[in-house]
Design a protein around this ligand. Structure first.
Ligand SMILES: Nc1ncnc2c1ncn2[C@@H]1O[C@H](COP(=O)(O)OP(=O)(O)OP(=O)(O)O)[C@@H](O)[C@H]1O
Ligand SMILES: [Mg+2]
Length: 469
Protein backbone atom coordinates (compact mmCIF):
# COMPACT_ATOMS: atom_id res chain seq x y z
CA UNK A 1 0.00 0.00 0.00
CA UNK A 2 1.44 3.42 -0.89
CA UNK A 3 1.98 5.71 2.11
CA UNK A 4 -0.74 8.28 2.71
CA UNK A 5 0.70 11.63 1.74
CA UNK A 6 -1.26 14.69 2.69
CA UNK A 7 1.38 17.36 2.26
CA UNK A 8 1.24 20.06 -0.40
CA UNK A 9 4.19 20.73 -2.67
CA UNK A 10 5.06 23.62 -4.98
CA UNK A 11 7.22 22.79 -8.00
CA UNK A 12 9.15 25.69 -9.56
CA UNK A 13 10.85 24.81 -12.83
CA UNK A 14 11.22 26.80 -16.08
CA UNK A 15 11.63 23.74 -18.30
CA UNK A 16 8.06 22.75 -19.20
CA UNK A 17 8.73 19.06 -19.80
CA UNK A 18 10.60 18.71 -16.52
CA UNK A 19 7.90 20.67 -14.69
CA UNK A 20 5.18 18.37 -15.98
CA UNK A 21 7.15 15.26 -15.13
CA UNK A 22 7.78 16.36 -11.54
CA UNK A 23 4.16 17.44 -11.07
CA UNK A 24 2.88 14.15 -12.36
CA UNK A 25 5.21 11.97 -10.33
CA UNK A 26 4.58 13.83 -7.07
CA UNK A 27 0.80 13.85 -7.69
CA UNK A 28 0.91 10.12 -8.37
CA UNK A 29 2.67 9.69 -5.04
CA UNK A 30 -0.37 11.26 -3.35
CA UNK A 31 0.82 14.82 -2.77
CA UNK A 32 -1.17 17.91 -3.63
CA UNK A 33 0.98 19.67 -6.21
CA UNK A 34 1.01 23.13 -7.77
CA UNK A 35 3.57 24.30 -10.28
CA UNK A 36 5.10 27.58 -11.48
CA UNK A 37 7.29 28.28 -14.52
CA UNK A 38 9.47 31.02 -13.00
CA UNK A 39 11.00 31.96 -9.67
CA UNK A 40 8.94 35.15 -9.48
CA UNK A 41 5.75 33.25 -10.30
CA UNK A 42 6.69 30.57 -7.78
CA UNK A 43 7.20 33.11 -5.02
CA UNK A 44 3.79 34.58 -5.74
CA UNK A 45 2.14 31.17 -5.48
CA UNK A 46 4.11 30.39 -2.32
CA UNK A 47 2.90 33.65 -0.80
CA UNK A 48 -0.73 33.00 -1.62
CA UNK A 49 -1.01 29.46 -0.29
CA UNK A 50 0.29 27.19 2.42
CA UNK A 51 2.94 24.75 1.21
CA UNK A 52 4.92 22.19 3.14
CA UNK A 53 7.62 21.84 0.54
CA UNK A 54 9.00 23.81 -2.41
CA UNK A 55 10.99 21.87 -5.01
CA UNK A 56 12.83 24.41 -7.14
CA UNK A 57 15.26 24.51 -9.99
CA UNK A 58 18.33 26.68 -9.44
CA UNK A 59 19.01 28.16 -12.88
CA UNK A 60 16.07 30.10 -14.20
CA UNK A 61 16.07 33.31 -16.27
CA UNK A 62 15.63 36.65 -14.48
CA UNK A 63 15.16 35.62 -10.85
CA UNK A 64 17.03 32.46 -9.84
CA UNK A 65 16.44 29.75 -7.25
CA UNK A 66 18.52 31.55 -4.61
CA UNK A 67 16.25 34.58 -4.76
CA UNK A 68 13.28 32.26 -4.47
CA UNK A 69 14.71 30.64 -1.33
CA UNK A 70 15.30 34.08 0.18
CA UNK A 71 11.73 35.10 -0.56
CA UNK A 72 10.26 31.86 0.74
CA UNK A 73 12.28 32.00 3.96
CA UNK A 74 10.83 35.40 4.69
CA UNK A 75 7.31 33.93 4.87
CA UNK A 76 5.81 33.15 8.26
CA UNK A 77 6.11 29.41 8.85
CA UNK A 78 8.16 28.94 5.66
CA UNK A 79 7.92 25.65 3.78
CA UNK A 80 10.93 23.35 3.47
CA UNK A 81 12.89 23.84 0.26
CA UNK A 82 14.67 21.24 -1.87
CA UNK A 83 16.81 22.67 -4.65
CA UNK A 84 17.52 20.94 -7.95
CA UNK A 85 20.73 21.90 -9.64
CA UNK A 86 22.48 20.77 -12.77
CA UNK A 87 25.61 22.44 -11.62
CA UNK A 88 26.40 20.10 -8.80
CA UNK A 89 29.22 22.09 -7.32
CA UNK A 90 29.34 21.72 -3.59
CA UNK A 91 29.58 25.53 -3.25
CA UNK A 92 26.18 25.97 -4.85
CA UNK A 93 24.66 23.41 -2.53
CA UNK A 94 26.26 24.98 0.53
CA UNK A 95 24.97 28.39 -0.51
CA UNK A 96 21.44 27.05 -0.89
CA UNK A 97 21.55 25.34 2.49
CA UNK A 98 22.97 28.47 4.11
CA UNK A 99 20.03 30.43 2.74
CA UNK A 100 17.74 27.96 4.47
CA UNK A 101 17.16 25.15 1.93
CA UNK A 102 16.62 21.79 3.58
CA UNK A 103 18.47 19.71 0.96
CA UNK A 104 19.44 19.58 -2.72
CA UNK A 105 19.63 17.04 -5.53
CA UNK A 106 21.74 17.20 -8.67
CA UNK A 107 20.60 16.72 -12.21
CA UNK A 108 20.35 14.19 -13.71
CA UNK A 109 18.48 12.36 -10.97
CA UNK A 110 16.20 9.36 -10.69
CA UNK A 111 12.66 10.20 -9.64
CA UNK A 112 13.06 7.83 -6.64
CA UNK A 113 15.86 10.03 -5.42
CA UNK A 114 13.62 13.09 -5.43
CA UNK A 115 10.86 11.11 -3.70
CA UNK A 116 13.25 10.08 -0.94
CA UNK A 117 14.46 13.63 -0.32
CA UNK A 118 10.90 14.98 -0.39
CA UNK A 119 9.69 12.35 2.09
CA UNK A 120 12.60 13.08 4.38
CA UNK A 121 12.01 16.85 4.26
CA UNK A 122 8.30 16.43 4.94
CA UNK A 123 8.92 13.92 7.72
CA UNK A 124 11.29 16.31 9.42
CA UNK A 125 8.79 19.12 8.98
CA UNK A 126 5.93 17.22 10.54
CA UNK A 127 8.14 16.23 13.47
CA UNK A 128 9.16 19.86 13.93
CA UNK A 129 5.53 20.96 13.86
CA UNK A 130 4.66 18.30 16.38
CA UNK A 131 7.40 19.45 18.73
CA UNK A 132 6.26 23.06 18.36
CA UNK A 133 2.67 22.03 19.09
CA UNK A 134 3.68 20.04 22.17
CA UNK A 135 5.72 23.00 23.36
CA UNK A 136 2.72 25.28 22.97
CA UNK A 137 0.58 22.76 24.85
CA UNK A 138 3.07 22.66 27.72
CA UNK A 139 3.10 26.45 27.80
CA UNK A 140 -0.70 26.56 27.79
CA UNK A 141 -0.86 24.01 30.52
CA UNK A 142 1.79 25.39 32.81
CA UNK A 143 1.91 29.03 31.78
CA UNK A 144 0.61 31.73 34.07
CA UNK A 145 -2.54 31.90 31.97
CA UNK A 146 -3.63 28.50 33.26
CA UNK A 147 -3.57 29.70 36.87
CA UNK A 148 -6.87 31.10 38.06
CA UNK A 149 -6.11 34.03 40.31
CA UNK A 150 -8.98 36.43 40.87
CA UNK A 151 -8.33 37.04 44.56
CA UNK A 152 -5.70 39.54 45.64
CA UNK A 153 -3.82 36.85 47.55
CA UNK A 154 -3.46 34.62 44.47
CA UNK A 155 -2.67 37.61 42.26
CA UNK A 156 0.21 38.35 44.64
CA UNK A 157 1.41 34.76 44.24
CA UNK A 158 1.33 34.99 40.43
CA UNK A 159 3.12 38.32 40.39
CA UNK A 160 5.83 36.89 42.65
CA UNK A 161 6.21 33.93 40.25
CA UNK A 162 6.77 36.46 37.47
CA UNK A 163 9.24 38.49 39.45
CA UNK A 164 11.41 35.49 40.36
CA UNK A 165 11.53 34.20 36.78
CA UNK A 166 15.06 35.35 36.13
CA UNK A 167 16.46 34.29 39.47
CA UNK A 168 17.88 30.90 40.38
CA UNK A 169 17.12 31.28 44.08
CA UNK A 170 15.50 28.35 45.87
CA UNK A 171 11.78 28.56 46.44
CA UNK A 172 9.78 27.02 49.25
CA UNK A 173 6.07 26.60 48.57
CA UNK A 174 3.83 25.97 51.54
CA UNK A 175 0.09 25.51 51.70
CA UNK A 176 -2.61 23.06 52.64
CA UNK A 177 -3.09 20.02 50.48
CA UNK A 178 -4.74 20.71 47.14
CA UNK A 179 -3.97 24.45 47.09
CA UNK A 180 -1.92 24.25 43.89
CA UNK A 181 1.67 23.81 45.11
CA UNK A 182 2.71 21.59 42.23
CA UNK A 183 0.94 23.81 39.70
CA UNK A 184 2.89 26.82 41.00
CA UNK A 185 6.16 24.86 41.03
CA UNK A 186 5.72 24.07 37.33
CA UNK A 187 4.71 27.64 36.56
CA UNK A 188 7.90 28.86 38.24
CA UNK A 189 9.96 26.59 35.99
CA UNK A 190 8.09 27.20 32.73
CA UNK A 191 8.16 30.96 33.22
CA UNK A 192 11.81 31.08 34.18
CA UNK A 193 14.88 31.49 32.03
CA UNK A 194 15.35 27.71 32.53
CA UNK A 195 12.10 26.85 30.77
CA UNK A 196 13.91 25.03 27.96
CA UNK A 197 15.68 22.82 30.52
CA UNK A 198 14.09 19.87 32.30
CA UNK A 199 11.54 20.01 35.12
CA UNK A 200 12.10 16.97 37.32
CA UNK A 201 9.67 16.30 40.13
CA UNK A 202 9.99 13.84 42.98
CA UNK A 203 7.58 13.14 45.80
CA UNK A 204 9.81 12.41 48.79
CA UNK A 205 6.92 10.86 50.70
CA UNK A 206 6.50 8.23 47.98
CA UNK A 207 10.11 7.01 47.73
CA UNK A 208 11.18 4.43 50.35
CA UNK A 209 13.70 6.04 52.69
CA UNK A 210 16.49 3.62 51.76
CA UNK A 211 16.23 4.54 48.09
CA UNK A 212 16.02 8.32 48.32
CA UNK A 213 19.76 8.92 48.24
CA UNK A 214 20.38 6.93 45.06
CA UNK A 215 17.19 8.31 43.52
CA UNK A 216 18.32 11.91 44.09
CA UNK A 217 22.07 11.66 43.70
CA UNK A 218 22.51 8.49 41.60
CA UNK A 219 24.77 5.48 42.00
CA UNK A 220 27.49 3.54 40.20
CA UNK A 221 26.97 0.02 38.99
CA UNK A 222 27.67 -2.36 41.87
CA UNK A 223 27.41 0.32 44.59
CA UNK A 224 24.88 -1.96 46.28
CA UNK A 225 23.30 -5.33 45.53
CA UNK A 226 20.55 -4.07 43.25
CA UNK A 227 22.67 -1.49 41.44
CA UNK A 228 23.01 -3.33 38.13
CA UNK A 229 23.86 -0.26 36.09
CA UNK A 230 24.97 3.32 36.61
CA UNK A 231 22.15 5.66 37.48
CA UNK A 232 22.63 9.41 37.09
CA UNK A 233 20.10 10.48 39.74
CA UNK A 234 17.44 13.19 39.57
CA UNK A 235 19.78 16.10 40.31
CA UNK A 236 21.88 15.24 37.25
CA UNK A 237 18.72 14.71 35.20
CA UNK A 238 17.54 18.17 36.23
CA UNK A 239 20.83 19.81 35.20
CA UNK A 240 20.17 23.25 33.65
CA UNK A 241 16.56 22.97 34.79
CA UNK A 242 14.52 22.74 37.97
CA UNK A 243 14.09 19.97 40.53
CA UNK A 244 10.82 19.92 42.46
CA UNK A 245 11.21 18.31 45.90
CA UNK A 246 7.62 17.67 46.91
CA UNK A 247 6.75 16.79 50.54
CA UNK A 248 10.15 18.03 51.72
CA UNK A 249 8.89 17.76 55.30
CA UNK A 250 9.06 13.97 54.98
CA UNK A 251 12.83 13.90 54.45
CA UNK A 252 14.69 12.09 57.26
CA UNK A 253 17.41 14.01 59.13
CA UNK A 254 20.46 12.16 57.67
CA UNK A 255 19.18 12.85 54.15
CA UNK A 256 18.53 16.47 55.06
CA UNK A 257 22.25 16.77 55.80
CA UNK A 258 23.16 15.24 52.43
CA UNK A 259 20.75 17.48 50.56
CA UNK A 260 22.15 20.52 52.31
CA UNK A 261 25.65 19.62 51.18
CA UNK A 262 24.51 19.31 47.55
CA UNK A 263 22.77 22.66 47.70
CA UNK A 264 25.84 24.34 49.18
CA UNK A 265 28.39 22.79 46.86
CA UNK A 266 26.35 22.46 43.65
CA UNK A 267 27.85 18.99 43.30
CA UNK A 268 26.53 15.50 43.75
CA UNK A 269 28.45 12.33 44.42
CA UNK A 270 26.63 9.22 43.22
CA UNK A 271 26.79 6.25 45.61
CA UNK A 272 29.96 4.29 44.91
CA UNK A 273 31.51 7.09 42.83
CA UNK A 274 34.92 8.54 43.55
CA UNK A 275 34.30 11.93 41.98
CA UNK A 276 31.66 14.63 42.35
CA UNK A 277 29.54 15.80 39.41
CA UNK A 278 28.75 19.49 39.09
CA UNK A 279 25.09 20.30 38.69
CA UNK A 280 23.31 23.54 37.87
CA UNK A 281 19.84 23.01 39.28
CA UNK A 282 17.23 25.31 40.71
CA UNK A 283 15.42 23.84 43.68
CA UNK A 284 11.74 24.31 44.35
CA UNK A 285 10.49 22.50 47.45
CA UNK A 286 6.95 22.11 48.76
CA UNK A 287 5.25 20.91 51.89
CA UNK A 288 1.91 21.07 53.66
CA UNK A 289 3.69 20.61 56.99
CA UNK A 290 4.54 23.41 59.36
CA UNK A 291 8.31 23.45 58.94
CA UNK A 292 8.78 26.10 61.61
CA UNK A 293 7.20 23.79 64.15
CA UNK A 294 9.52 21.05 62.90
CA UNK A 295 12.52 23.35 63.42
CA UNK A 296 11.40 23.89 66.97
CA UNK A 297 11.14 20.18 67.75
CA UNK A 298 14.36 19.36 65.90
CA UNK A 299 12.87 17.23 63.13
CA UNK A 300 13.89 19.67 60.39
CA UNK A 301 17.34 21.22 60.07
CA UNK A 302 17.42 24.96 60.44
CA UNK A 303 20.32 25.43 57.97
CA UNK A 304 18.49 23.45 55.28
CA UNK A 305 15.31 25.39 55.96
CA UNK A 306 17.09 28.69 55.29
CA UNK A 307 18.69 27.30 52.12
CA UNK A 308 15.33 26.23 50.73
CA UNK A 309 13.37 29.20 51.96
CA UNK A 310 15.18 31.97 50.06
CA UNK A 311 11.86 32.82 48.43
CA UNK A 312 8.73 31.78 50.25
CA UNK A 313 5.36 31.31 48.58
CA UNK A 314 2.50 30.51 50.89
CA UNK A 315 -0.60 29.41 49.03
CA UNK A 316 -3.76 30.55 50.77
CA UNK A 317 -6.48 27.97 51.43
CA UNK A 318 -9.45 28.20 49.09
CA UNK A 319 -11.85 29.18 51.89
CA UNK A 320 -9.88 32.38 52.48
CA UNK A 321 -10.22 33.44 48.82
CA UNK A 322 -13.86 32.94 47.86
CA UNK A 323 -13.38 35.25 44.87
CA UNK A 324 -11.53 32.37 43.22
CA UNK A 325 -14.20 29.71 43.77
CA UNK A 326 -16.55 30.43 40.87
CA UNK A 327 -13.80 31.29 38.35
CA UNK A 328 -12.00 28.07 39.32
CA UNK A 329 -15.21 26.08 39.04
CA UNK A 330 -15.87 27.53 35.59
CA UNK A 331 -12.32 26.78 34.48
CA UNK A 332 -12.53 23.21 35.76
CA UNK A 333 -15.97 22.70 34.19
CA UNK A 334 -14.75 23.99 30.83
CA UNK A 335 -11.97 21.40 30.92
CA UNK A 336 -14.24 18.60 32.09
CA UNK A 337 -16.91 19.49 29.54
CA UNK A 338 -14.43 19.55 26.67
CA UNK A 339 -13.40 15.99 27.54
CA UNK A 340 -16.95 14.61 27.19
CA UNK A 341 -18.15 12.96 24.01
CA UNK A 342 -19.83 14.88 22.60
CA UNK A 343 -18.35 17.95 24.35
CA UNK A 344 -20.68 19.64 26.85
CA UNK A 345 -20.69 23.32 27.83
CA UNK A 346 -21.16 22.84 31.56
CA UNK A 347 -22.64 25.62 33.70
CA UNK A 348 -23.47 26.07 37.37
CA UNK A 349 -26.92 27.04 38.56
CA UNK A 350 -26.95 30.13 40.81
CA UNK A 351 -27.96 27.93 43.77
CA UNK A 352 -25.04 25.60 43.12
CA UNK A 353 -22.72 28.62 42.98
CA UNK A 354 -23.95 29.81 46.35
CA UNK A 355 -23.36 26.39 47.85
CA UNK A 356 -19.82 26.26 46.49
CA UNK A 357 -19.19 29.71 47.93
CA UNK A 358 -20.52 28.78 51.34
CA UNK A 359 -18.57 25.53 51.67
CA UNK A 360 -15.24 25.55 53.53
CA UNK A 361 -13.16 23.33 51.16
CA UNK A 362 -10.82 21.47 53.51
CA UNK A 363 -9.33 19.73 50.42
CA UNK A 364 -9.06 23.03 48.55
CA UNK A 365 -8.91 23.13 44.73
CA UNK A 366 -8.42 19.37 44.43
CA UNK A 367 -11.64 18.82 46.39
CA UNK A 368 -13.44 21.33 44.17
CA UNK A 369 -12.27 19.35 41.14
CA UNK A 370 -13.59 16.11 42.63
CA UNK A 371 -16.94 17.65 43.52
CA UNK A 372 -17.36 19.03 40.00
CA UNK A 373 -16.27 15.82 38.36
CA UNK A 374 -18.97 14.02 40.29
CA UNK A 375 -21.44 16.76 39.38
CA UNK A 376 -20.70 16.41 35.67
CA UNK A 377 -21.16 12.65 35.92
CA UNK A 378 -24.51 13.00 37.71
CA UNK A 379 -26.13 15.86 35.86
CA UNK A 380 -28.20 15.14 32.80
CA UNK A 381 -27.82 18.23 30.63
CA UNK A 382 -25.28 20.99 30.82
CA UNK A 383 -26.45 22.66 34.03
CA UNK A 384 -25.07 21.56 37.39
CA UNK A 385 -27.77 22.20 39.96
CA UNK A 386 -27.55 22.05 43.75
CA UNK A 387 -28.86 18.46 43.62
CA UNK A 388 -25.76 17.42 41.71
CA UNK A 389 -23.51 18.44 44.57
CA UNK A 390 -22.67 16.01 47.39
CA UNK A 391 -24.66 16.33 50.61
CA UNK A 392 -21.77 17.65 52.70
CA UNK A 393 -21.44 20.56 50.29
CA UNK A 394 -25.20 21.15 50.28
CA UNK A 395 -25.18 21.33 54.07
CA UNK A 396 -24.30 25.03 54.06
CA UNK A 397 -21.83 25.34 56.84
CA UNK A 398 -20.49 28.71 55.85
CA UNK A 399 -16.84 29.03 56.71
CA UNK A 400 -16.45 32.59 55.62
CA UNK A 401 -19.89 34.03 55.19
CA UNK A 402 -18.72 37.58 54.59
CA UNK A 403 -16.04 36.41 52.20
CA UNK A 404 -18.72 34.63 50.23
CA UNK A 405 -20.84 37.79 50.23
CA UNK A 406 -17.90 39.78 48.88
CA UNK A 407 -17.34 37.18 46.18
CA UNK A 408 -20.99 37.43 45.21
CA UNK A 409 -20.50 41.22 44.96
CA UNK A 410 -23.49 41.82 47.21
CA UNK A 411 -24.53 45.30 48.20
CA UNK A 412 -25.20 46.18 51.83
CA UNK A 413 -28.92 46.26 51.08
CA UNK A 414 -28.84 42.80 49.51
CA UNK A 415 -26.86 41.43 52.40
CA UNK A 416 -29.34 42.98 54.85
CA UNK A 417 -32.26 41.50 52.98
CA UNK A 418 -30.75 38.03 52.92
CA UNK A 419 -29.94 38.21 56.62
CA UNK A 420 -33.39 39.44 57.59
CA UNK A 421 -35.10 36.76 55.52
CA UNK A 422 -32.88 34.05 56.95
CA UNK A 423 -33.55 35.12 60.55
CA UNK A 424 -37.28 35.25 59.82
CA UNK A 425 -37.08 31.74 58.39
CA UNK A 426 -35.20 30.61 61.47
CA UNK A 427 -37.99 32.05 63.65
CA UNK A 428 -40.55 30.10 61.61
CA UNK A 429 -41.99 33.32 60.19
CA UNK A 430 -42.69 34.91 63.58
CA UNK A 431 -42.03 38.58 62.89
CA UNK A 432 -42.15 39.73 66.49
CA UNK A 433 -39.42 37.36 67.52
CA UNK A 434 -37.42 38.04 64.31
CA UNK A 435 -37.60 41.80 64.91
CA UNK A 436 -36.40 41.29 68.47
CA UNK A 437 -33.51 39.18 67.35
CA UNK A 438 -32.56 41.66 64.65
CA UNK A 439 -32.74 44.59 67.06
CA UNK A 440 -35.40 46.31 64.93
CA UNK A 441 -38.77 47.57 65.94
CA UNK A 442 -41.62 45.68 64.31
CA UNK A 443 -42.68 48.64 62.13
CA UNK A 444 -39.27 48.84 60.56
CA UNK A 445 -39.28 45.11 59.89
CA UNK A 446 -42.70 45.34 58.20
CA UNK A 447 -41.55 48.25 56.09
CA UNK A 448 -38.51 46.34 54.93
CA UNK A 449 -40.50 43.21 54.13
CA UNK A 450 -42.88 45.41 52.17
CA UNK A 451 -39.99 46.85 50.16
CA UNK A 452 -38.70 43.37 49.41
CA UNK A 453 -42.10 42.29 48.18
CA UNK A 454 -42.21 45.36 45.94
CA UNK A 455 -38.74 44.59 44.62
CA UNK A 456 -40.03 41.16 43.73
CA UNK A 457 -42.89 42.86 41.88
CA UNK A 458 -45.76 41.76 44.04
CA UNK A 459 -47.76 43.05 46.99
CA UNK A 460 -46.75 41.75 50.33
CA UNK A 461 -48.84 38.65 50.81
CA UNK A 462 -47.63 38.27 54.36
CA UNK A 463 -48.62 41.66 55.65
CA UNK A 464 -51.75 41.55 57.76
CA UNK A 465 -54.08 44.54 57.52
CA UNK A 466 -53.68 45.00 61.22
CA UNK A 467 -50.28 44.47 62.72
CA UNK A 468 -50.35 41.38 64.89
CA UNK A 469 -49.71 41.83 68.55
N1 LIG B 1 -5.20 28.58 40.87
C1 LIG B 1 -5.44 27.46 40.16
N2 LIG B 1 -5.85 27.56 38.88
C2 LIG B 1 -6.11 26.44 38.16
N3 LIG B 1 -5.98 25.19 38.62
C3 LIG B 1 -5.57 25.02 39.89
C4 LIG B 1 -5.27 26.15 40.73
N4 LIG B 1 -4.87 25.69 41.92
C5 LIG B 1 -4.91 24.35 41.85
N5 LIG B 1 -5.32 23.93 40.64
C6 LIG B 1 -5.49 22.53 40.21
O1 LIG B 1 -5.87 21.79 41.36
C7 LIG B 1 -5.22 20.52 41.41
C8 LIG B 1 -4.42 20.39 42.68
O2 LIG B 1 -3.30 21.23 42.60
P1 LIG B 1 -1.84 20.72 43.00
O3 LIG B 1 -1.66 19.29 42.70
O4 LIG B 1 -0.87 21.68 42.43
O5 LIG B 1 -1.96 20.93 44.57
P2 LIG B 1 -0.94 20.57 45.74
O6 LIG B 1 -0.90 21.73 46.63
O7 LIG B 1 0.34 20.10 45.15
O8 LIG B 1 -1.72 19.37 46.44
P3 LIG B 1 -1.15 18.21 47.43
O9 LIG B 1 -0.69 18.89 48.66
O10 LIG B 1 -2.38 17.40 47.63
O11 LIG B 1 -0.08 17.53 46.67
C9 LIG B 1 -4.38 20.44 40.17
O12 LIG B 1 -5.08 19.74 39.18
C10 LIG B 1 -4.19 21.89 39.77
O13 LIG B 1 -4.00 22.03 38.38
MG1 LIG C 1 1.25 18.19 45.36
Amino acid sequence: MPPVRTASILVVEDDAAMRELLTEELSDAGYTVQAAGSAAGGLEVARSGRFDLVVTDLRMPEMDGFDLIRGVMALTDPPHVVMITAFGSIETAIRAVKLGAYDYITKPFEIEELMLVADKALGERSLRNKVARLQREVEDKFGLGSIIAKSQSMRDVVSLVQRIAASTASVLITGESGTGKELIARAIHYNSTRAAGPFVGVNLAAVPEGLIESELFGHKKGAFTDARADKPGLFVEADAGTIFLDEIGELALPLQAKLLRVLQEHEVRPLGATKNTRVDVRVVAATNKNLEAMLADGSFREDLYYRLNVIHLDLPPLRSRPEDVVPLAEHILANLGAKQTPPRRMRLSPEAQHLLLAYHWPGNVRELMNVLERGVALCQGELIADDDLPSHVRERRPADFLGAAVARRMTLAELEREFIERVLEDEAGNKTRAAQRLGLDRKTLYRKLDEYAKQDGKDSPSRPSQPEE
